[in-house]
Design a protein around this ligand. Structure first.
Ligand code: ADP
Length: 451
C-alpha cells in the first residue's frame, strides 16, 4: 500500500479521498489555491502545499506545480478525484515518468475513452450496445444527409471531443441538418479546438442509467451496480438513485455481465462508469468516465463497498477484493446534489455560510466540505454537498429523504434545497416515472406558473 498520497483536488471529493486514506493509515497531502487556504481538506490533511492563484488553470490544473508538490512532500501516489486532471492522460503519463502512481486507469485507457468516437468504436468492439449512428466522424454534407436519412429524424450531432453537453445539437429534419452541423462544429472548435463531429440517432424519452465498474488491470473486473441519473438540468445530474425503477432483475443482471466482460477484455484498471441511455428496454452506450464519479456514494450505500479503498488498493497492485456473485445489493439509495444556486434561476450564489446544520440519523450520509462560517469561493463549481439517503426500499428511502431535507439548514447563500423539497412531493418522483427530459419540463412548467 502507498505511504503518502497527494490529493489533486478540492471540496467534498478531496475530503472523501482523505477519509479513505486515513482509514487505511496512509499519510495525506492536500494541495490548494490561494482561494482555498481555509478549506476543510487543507485543515484535515497531514500536510498541505499551495499550488497557485485561484484560477483553476493556474492551480488545480497546473501539472508542474502538482508534480513539484509531490516531490517536495515525497508523495508516492496521486488521487485526482473527479473533474480537474482526473481524465487527463498526459497527467497520468507525467506522474508515471516521475515514478509517482496515478490512482486511476492507464494513460492509454483514459485517452481511448476521452475521445467519443474512439470510445464508441472501442465499446462496440468490447460487446457493449451503442446508439445507432455514423461510423466515426462525418465531414461532407452529402454523407451526413445520407446517414441521417437512414437513421431517421431526429438525429443528434455530437462533438468527438465533447463533454458537459457542449457541441451537441439536435436536427429534427433534413432542412435543419446543415445548419445544426455547422453550429455543432463551430461550438466544438471553440470549446475543444477539435471540430470532429459524428451522428447519432436521437432517443426521445430515454433514461440515463450508468454502471459502476472496477477492474484490477490484470483482466479481473466486476460491475458494482447501476445508478439512474435521469433527473438532469442542462445535461448535469441533479438526483441519482439505485435501484433504477426502470429495470427488472433480468435486465439488470444482463447489463452487469456485459459490462464486467467488456472491462475484463480491456483489462481496465481502477474504478470507472459506463454510461448508457435506456430506451424501450434497450441499453445504448454513450460514454465511459475513467474516474470516480460524484454520485459514487449511491453505490456504496447499497453495496457497503468502499470504492475509494478499492481504488487505493488496486493502484498499489492489490486485488478488487470482491467477486461478482458476492456483491449484495440492499435496499434503495438516493443522492441529491445541493448547490449554492438560486432554486429557480440557478444563478450561482457564492458567499459566506452563516449557519450550517446537516441532517443525521440512520441511513443518512452527507458528503460536504463546508462548515459554519465557510466562504464559498466564486471560482469553482457551486456544490455545497451531497445528501445521500438509504432505505430498506424506495418508499422508506423517500420518507427518510424528505425528513433529511427538512432538517438540512444552509443559511447565508442560496441553495437548491427548496427545489428538492418540492420534487419529493411530485407524483412522478414518488412513482419513479421520469426520463432525461422530465426535470427540464417540470422547471419550465413551474416558470410558466410563476409568470
Ligand atoms: P457529455 O460528455 O457532453 O456530457 P454525453 O454523451 O454523456 O455527453 O451525453 C450527455 C447527455 O446528453 C445524456 O445524459 C443525455 O441526456 C443526452 N444525450 C446524449 N446522447 C443522446 C442521444 N443519442 N439521444 C438523446 N439524448 C442524448
Amino acid at each position: 500500500m502507498f505511504r503518502k498520497v497527494l490529493i489533486a483536488n478540492r471540496g467534498e471529493i478531496a475530503l472523501r479521498v482523505l477519509r479513505a486514506c486515513k482509514e487505511l493509515g496512509i499519510e495525506t497531502v492536500a494541495v490548494h489555491s490561494t482561494a482555498d487556504t481555509d478549506a476543510m481538506h487543507v485543515r484535515l490533511a497531514d500536510e498541505s502545499v499551495c499550488i497557485g492563484p485561484p484560477a483553476a488553470a493556474e492551480s488545480y490544473l497546473n501539472i508542474p506545480s502538482i508534480v513539484a508538490a509531490c516531490e517536495i512532500t515525497g508523495a508516492d501516489a496521486v488521487h485526482p478525484g473527479y473533474g480537474f486532471l482526473s481524465e487527463n492522460a498526459r497527467f497520468a503519463e507525467i506522474l508515471e515518468a516521475h515514478r509517482i502512481a496515478f490512482i486511476g486507469p492507464t494513460a492509454e485507457q483514459i485517452r481511448v475513452m476521452g475521445d467519443k468516437i474512439e470510445a464508441k468504436r472501442t465499446a462496440k468492439a468490447l460487446g457493449l450496445p451503442v446508439v445507432p449512428g455514423s461510423d466515426g466522424a462525418v465531414t461532407s454534407v452529402r454523407e451526413m444527409t445520407a446517414i441521417a436519412a437512414e437513421l431517421g429524424y431526429p438525429v443528434l450531432i455530437k462533438a468527438s471531443a465533447g463533454g458537459g453537453g457542449k457541441g451537441m445539437t439536435v436536427a429534427k429534419s433534413e432542412a435543419e441538418l446543415v445548419g445544426a452541423a455547422a453550429r455543432a462544429r463551430a461550438e466544438a472548435k471553440a470549446s475543444f479546438g477539435n471540430d470532429d463531429v459524428y451522428l447519432e440517432k436521437y432517443l426521445d424519452t430515454p433514461r440515463h442509467i450508468e454502471i459502476q465498474v472496477l477492474g484490477d488491470g490484470r483482466g479481473n473486473a466486476v460491475a458494482l451496480g447501476e445508478r439512474d441519473c435521469s433527473l438532469q438540468r442542462r445535461q448535469q445530474k441533479v438526483w441519482e438513485e439505485e435501484r433504477s425503477t426502470a429495470l427488472n432483475e433480468a435486465k439488470r443482471r444482463a447489463i452487469y455481465a456485459t459490462c464486467a466482460s467488456a472491462m475484463q477484455k480491456m483489462r481496465y484498471r481502477g474504478a470507472g462508469t459506463i454510461e448508457f441511455l435506456y430506451d424501450n428496454g434497450e441499453f445504448y452506450f454513450i460514454e465511459m468516465n475513467t474516474r470516480l464519479q460524484v454520485e459514487h456514494p449511491v453505490t456504496e450505500m447499497i453495496t457497503r463497498f468502499d470504492l475509494v479503498h478499492a481504488q487505493l488498493r488496486i493502484a498499489s497492485g492489490g486485488d478488487i477484493d470482491i467477486a461478482q456473485d458476492d456483491i449484495r445489493y440492499e435496499g434503495h439509495a438516493i443522492e441529491c446534489r445541493i448547490n449554492a444556486e438560486h432554486p429557480e434561476t440557478f444563478i450561482p450564489s457564492p458567499g459566506t455560510i452563516t449557519h450550517y446544520h446537516p441532517p443525521g440519523g440512520l441511513g443518512v450520509r452527507v458528503d460536504s466540505a463546508v462548515y459554519h462560517g465557510y466562504r464559498i469561493p466564486p471560482y469553482y463549481d457551486s456544490l455545497i454537498g451531497k445528501l445521500i439517503v438509504h432505505g430498506n426500499n424506495r418508499v422508506e428511502c423517500l420518507m427518510r429523504l424528505r425528513r433529511a431535507l427538512d432538517e438540512f439548514v444552509v443559511d447565508g447563500v442560496n441553495s437548491t434545497l427548496p427545489l428538492f423539497r418540492k420534487l419529493i412531493h411530485h407524483p412522478d418522483i414518488a412513482n419513479g416515472t421520469y426520463d432525461i427530459h422530465w426535470l427540464e419540463n417540470y422547471l419550465s412548467a413551474e416558470r410558466e406558473k410563476e409568470a
